[in-house]
Structure formats: C-alpha cells, structure tokens
Design a binder for this molecule. Structure first.
Ligand SMILES: *Cc1c(COP(=O)(O)O)cnc(C)c1O
Length: 478
C-alpha cells in the first residue's frame, strides 16, 4: 500500500489544470454535452475498487482518475446544455466550494466558522434587501423589539420549501409542534407547483390529500379572481388554510403568478403566503426584470435558489421570511431570540435549519457575485432571458413547430408535429447524438420539449442548429 503523500498544492494544481482543460473543451464543443455509459462500466473504468483498496489517489493516479471522471460527466459548460435549471457554475464560485471543503467550517454555530457565518449573514441580508425587506441588524445594532426580516441558507430549494412551510405551520398553528395535526389543515398550491411542495406538505404531517390546487387560467397561472370562491367554499366545510403558495416562476414553463393580487387575498384572510422563487428569484437582481416579481415583498416567506439563475455551484438556497421571528420559532416554539441570546460576536444559524452541520453555502454565492460584480450578474440573467425570447421567435417562424407560450424567463417549451410519444422519441435520439441536451415536460395536458437557457455561451445559431437536428430526426421517425 502506498503511503506517499504528494503535497496538497501539487495535487490541487493537477485537479485545477484538468478542470480548466475540461471547461475549455466543453465550451468549445470538443466532446458531447451528454454521454451516458452504463453504471457498471463506469465503476470499472474509474477503477473505483482498486483506488479504494490501494489508497493511491495522488499525483499521476489522481490525474488519471480526474481525467476519466471528467470524461464521464454531463457538460454544463457546453453550449448545447439546455436541459435543466442548474447553473453553469462560475469558476470563482467553484473555488468557494473548494475553500469550503478544505476548511470544513461547520458554520451553523458562529464559533465553528466566523468567516463563513459572517458571509452567510451578509448574503442573506443581500437577498432580503433585493426582495425589498429590512435586513437583519447585527448583534450590536439589534433591538429585540425591532421588526426586520430574516433568513438562512440551506441545501437546496426543496429543503428550503419544507423549512418555509414549517415556519408557516408554526406561525399559524402553534399547537401543531406539541399536539400534532388538528386535522382540518390545507395548503393550496399552484397547478404548476414544483413537486417539493406536495412532498413538504406530506412530510409536515398534513397528508398529501390536503395539498390542493389553486384555480388557474388557461396557461396554468394562478387565477386570483377565482380564489375567493375556493377559500370560502373550503372554510364553509370547516377547513383551515395554513398557507397559499405562489410561483415566481413555475418549473415547467417558467411563468410568474400575479403576486400582488394573490397577496391581497392572503392578507384579507390572514393566510400565510409563500412564494416559491427558487428559479425565478434570479430576476430580482435585474432592474429590467424585477417587475416580474412585483409584490414579492408582500409574501410571508420566499425561497430563492442561488444555484439556478445566479451562476452559483450547487447547492445554495435562501429561506427568507418577512418577520424573522417566524424562522426563529419554526423549529421550537420557545426558541425566541435563540440567535441573539448568546453573548458572542456573531449569529448562530443552527436554530433556523433542519441541518446541524452545515456547509458554508454563502461563500460560493459571495465569491460568484464578487467575481462578476452585481452589474455583471444582472447582465447574465438578462442575457439568458433575452436569448430564450429570441429563440421563441425563431421557433414561431418555423413550419411544423409550435410554441407553448411566449417565455417570461429563460425557460422555453415547444413541440414539433406529432403526438406526445414523438416528442419523447426526439429527445431520446437527440441525447444519443450528444450535440444537445434538452428536457421535456408535461404542460397544459401535453408533452413539450423544453429548453432552459443557463449557459451564456449558447447562441441563437446553436438554437438554429438544434432545430435543424430536431427536424432531421423527425423526418427519420416513421
Ligand atoms: C428547482 C425548483 C425547486 C427545487 O429546488 P432544488 O434546489 O432543486 O431542491 C423548487 N421550486 C421551484 C419552482 C424550482 O424551480
């Protein structure tokens, strides 16, 4: 067994060089965007058993492993990556993940990672202020009576949605924590809601059957004018609405729900409003696009993923509440001011999250934005949306193609002549060719091909090539 230790700096240089080559090759389309070997073959190819037994992952052996690993990845830096809502990570943000991994500061307790905790505090406030809320004052400025917003970064939007609904449950049904479900609670979610909402309702003990769908217009947006009727009908049957969820934006087609109207109804009935802005929150950084989220400051809670439109490596999600006390109380009814109770120079985030040991998620977000600059980030988001809208026009003008709806953000759904099965078959064959990686979705009762513009390097010319390939594949299907 080898016990040779190559210095960290040498191994890091090997890995970073391999990654730099990988990013360049991917951007230059020197390898397919997607290529799926079988799991058994990959375990063999990557020599996993031997490496485990020999403990030799250093120097030349490390280089070979990293090269083989990268060859088997799905390449997000490839301009043909159009499939999912995952950021093409900014390289400086990725260095944030490296620093976090190497230091392992479990920062949910301030003394375990003062730098990471300070950055999380700072970035949470940055997000709160983008929503239009008052950030958390620092310990020294804190007046316990002062009203301000609050938040925490957590490992992804799904966990963030669960945390936000937990805050709603604690605020609206404080007895639930100790005594359990009173039995008549409901959560109303948009027709187009992410599956994590229904899961959260079930995990929280309400029962999936008590996650009901809000009325929607023909495009699947929440229809406020029909909400009053639904609410009074449910209330007349003795039901209690614990929370209403709105999308900003929805996952399938990227549509933003009308937040001001929904918020007004929630306020009238004292119902908690949760806005799932996991994907679409990115538009808040742009003066040109933030109108899409007008009214978001009326929400009680918001979830906003940095690892979607904001170039940040996975995962980094903000759980943000208008009144910070609701997050303090979410995990423990008696937890008032746990965050601020200790005599210490910073905050403990631990009382606000499901996690105990927590990565320094703020660092990757901070380093990403600090490398691009806020203007650079705004330009990035605007560019993705702009390209989706231009691609929509391209598709509209093309015979045999149909657009689902004009995109409001960087998500675009379309289809080609034929039934649902044809769309899936086209996607399958497209992925096999490896020039493009796209997704598909059910929307308005039909199957659509779906493009998510995440890569700033994807050009309109790439989209022309994509449409040509789809036309070609379509002509070969009998
Ligand atoms: C992506 C997404 C989620 C889930 O977030 P993850 O970070 O993938 O867990 C939830 N809601 C919406 C609207 C999303 O787009």
């Amino acid at each position: 067994m080898s016990s040779r230790q190559t210095p960290f700096a040498d191994d890091a240089a090997i890995v970073v060089q391999a990654l730099a080559d990988y990013i360049r090759e991917s951007a230059g389309q020197a390898a397919p965007v997607i290529h799926q070997e079988s799991l058994e073959r990959l375990i063999d190819q990557l020599d996993l058993r031997r490496h485990l037994a020999q403990g030799d992952l250093s120097g030349e052996s490390l280089k070979r492993f990293v090269t083989d690993y990268l060859a088997a990845t799905t390449r997000l830096h490839h301009p043909g990556f159009l499939a999912h809502q995952v950021a093409v990570p900014h390289p400086t943000g990725a260095l944030g993940s490296l620093i976090d991994g190497a230091t392992n500061n479990a920062m949910a307790i301030y003394e375990m990672g003062p730098a990471a905790a300070s950055i999380e505090y700072f970035m949470v406030n940055w997000m709160l202020e983008k929503i239009g809320w008052r950030g958390v004052p620092s310990n020294r400025q804190l007046d316990p009576q002062s009203l301000h917003a609050g938040g925490v970064l957590t490992h992804g939007g799904s966990l963030a949605n669960l945390t936000a609904l937990l805050a709603a449950r604690s605020a609206r049904v404080p007895t639930f924590w100790k005594s359990g479900n009173p039995g008549n609670l409901l959560v109303l979610v948009p027709e187009q809601s992410h599956y994590s909402m229904k899961r959260a309702v079930a995990i929280l003990g309400l029962g999936e059957d008590n996650c009901l769908t809000l009325p929607a217009d023909a495009d699947g947006r929440v229809l406020p004018s029909a909400m009053e009727r639904q609410i009074s009908e449910l209330q007349s049957r003795g039901k209690r609405i614990m929370a209403i969820v709105a999308n900003a934006c929805g996952t399938a087609a990227g549509l933003y729900d009308p937040l001001p109207e929904i918020a007004a109804i929630c306020r009238r009935h004292a119902i908690w409003l949760h806005v799932d802005a996991a994907h679409g929150g990115g538009a808040l950084v742009s003066d040109k696009l933030r109108h899409l989220l007008a009214g978001i400051d009326q929400a009680d809670s918001v979830v906003w993923d940095a690892h979607k439109m904001m170039c940040t490596p996975t995962v980094c999600a903000g759980v943000l509440v208008r009144d910070h006390r609701h997050l303090d109380h979410a995990f423990e009814q008696e937890a008032s001011y746990l965050l601020h109770a200790k005599d210490q120079p910073g905050f403990d985030f631990i009382s606000r999250t499901v996690e105990c040991t927590k990565a320094g998620l703020g660092l990757r977000l901070f380093m990403t934005i600090a490398a691009m600059g806020e203007q650079g980030l705004a330009g990035h988001v605007e560019g993705l949306v702009q390209r989706a809208r231009e691609a929509a026009e391209l598709i509209t003008g093309r015979p045999g193609f149909e657009l689902a709806i004009r995109p409001e953000t960087n998500i675009l759904c379309f289809r080609i002549d034929g039934d649902d099965h044809i769309q899936l078959e086209i996607r399958r064959r497209l992925l096999e060719r490896g020039d493009f990686y796209i997704s598909s979705t059910l929307y308005k009762g039909r199957r659509w091909l779906r493009l998510v513009f995440m890569n700033p390097a994807t050009s309109l010319n790439d989209i022309r090539t994509l449409l040509d390939e789809i036309t070609d594949i379509h002509s070969r299907i009998d």
